[in-house]
Design a protein around this ligand. Structure first.
Ligand SMILES: [Zn+2]
Length: 95
């Protein structure tokens, strides 16, 4: 039998999101709890984390994907990519 140790590095932000995602409702998990979960459970929780919410306070954030719109390609609050997709769908539906 082989024993393999894998180190998972978590940012404080990830730890907070894991806590919120698990419905613990306190925004933080102790190191002792993280260790008790073990790496398999911990990795599963990381894999199940939702995508971060777009920052709605950022006026430069794309309204579709939350990405930057300051590359000069954007249009109507969308980044270049989303503006192109929007234009394509606009043309396709004729609306
Ligand atoms: Zn976008």
């Amino acid at each position: 039998m082989r024993e393999i140790t894998v180190t998972i590095r978590l940012t404080d932000h990830e730890v907070a999101r894991i806590a919120q995602n698990d419905g613990l409702g306190r925004g933080e998990i102790t190191d002792r709890e993280l260790a008790a979960w073990g790496q398999t459970q911990l990795q599963a929780r990381i894999d199940n984390l939702p995508e971060p919410e777009p920052d709605e306070d950022d006026p430069d954030a794309c309204r579709e994907c939350g990405g930057p719109t300051d590359d000069g390609e954007g249009y109507d609050g969308r980044c270049g990519n989303c503006a192109d997709q929007y234009a394509d769908s606009f043309e396709a539906t004729g609306n």
